[in-house]
Design a protein. Structure first.
Length: 181
């Protein structure tokens, strides 16, 4: 299998572009079904930077009416057990009364999404659900309620399809995992 080198580390193909596309078709079907009867457009919120490619592919498979917003978050493990999430790019519109679907690339510890969801709820949206391409249940122990999951993996580090290592590797069409040994 094809191998790539980033940051002196070797990565091997883990989920191919074809498999990603199958996963996205399935997720889109689930979302189209779940929101089939909504009266107002679904507000999709993409968490940058990692989810930009996933969002672009997902949205083109949705047949329900949607609007799209982008936020940019950075999580810090603070001295408090919760940590903190800094907003580098804020929401552009109010979410009061809206049906919201948060779109993430990967949920690892769950800290980023957990803090962000708490902030979203303060705006009194009608509903909030989460869609993630990748989820690491062994790491987050299901502290976050994820409604649409693309693929569950172990505590492995992955890159490609939007995911990076020190800012690089986002343009890879497949998802690669760090090779051990
Ligand atoms: P959290 O631990 O769930 O808060 O994840 C925070 C962020 O870390 C994610 O949104 C990703 O941007 C990044 N991240 C987590 N796991 C990986 C990985 O395996 N590869 C690349 N980035 C990751
Ligand atoms: Mg991310």
């Amino acid at each position: 299998m094809e191998e790539v080198l980033y940051d002196d580390k070797r990565f091997q193909v883990f989920i191919s572009d074809k498999e990603i596309s199958t996963i996205i078709n399935r997720l889109a079907e689930e979302i189209n079904k779940e929101y089939a009867n909504i009266q107002v457009p679904l507000t999709l919120i993409s968490i940058l930077d990692g989810s930009f490619i996933f969002m672009a592919d997902l949205v083109r498979n949705l047949t329900i009416p949607v609007t799209i917003q982008f936020v940019k978050l950075k999580s810090y493990e603070g001295t408090s057990s919760r940590g903190e999430v800094a907003h580098l790019l804020k929401l552009q519109e109010s979410l009061t009364g809206k049906n919201v679907l948060v779109v993430e690339d990967v949920i690892d510890t769950g800290l980023t999404i957990d803090v962000f969801l708490e902030e979203l709820h303060k705006q009194n949206p009608q509903s909030v659900k989460v869609c993630t391409l990748l989820s690491k249940p062994e790491v987050h122990n299901n502290i976050v309620n994820i409604h649409f999951t693309g693929y569950e993996l172990g505590p492995e580090f992955v890159i490609g399809y939007g995911l990076d290592i020190n800012g690089q590797g986002r343009q890879l069409p497949h998802i690669y995992k760090l090779k051990v040994g």
